[in-house]
Design a protein. Structure first.
Length: 106
């Protein structure tokens, strides 16, 4: 919607566009959950493959999952978070591991 700007003589009117603020999309945390069966090395591979972490970052997140029961892998828009959860779940099932990946609003 445009608004009129009255700084000009009365016979000419300039229209200025209104600035609208667009809210950024909500972000979601993607997390891995600990279990007693998935090998630590497999979790590191998942973090490197799907979340593009280097070996050191992946090891730190894996240890957090192991010690605290869950660890954040990344924060993404909804569609990307859903995709990551599905990719990790499918990869874990393919390799016969019960690794759980979930998302929650940030």
């Amino acid at each position: 919607m445009a608004t009129r700007k009255q700084n000009y003589p009365s016979d000419s009117v300039a229209l200025e566009p209104e600035r609208q603020r667009i809210k950024p999309p909500p972000l979601y945390k993607v997390m891995l959950l600990n279990d007693d069966y998935t090998p630590m090395d497999f979790v590191i591979v998942v973090l490197e493959k799907f979340f593009r972490m280097n070996r050191e970052q992946a090891t730190l997140v894996m240890l957090k999952v192991h010690r605290q029961g869950r660890g954040v892998c990344g924060v993404f828009p909804r569609d990307l978070a859903i995709t990551k959860v599905e990719q990790v779940g499918g990869f874990a099932r393919q390799h016969q591991h019960p690794l759980a990946c979930v998302m929650e609003e940030n």
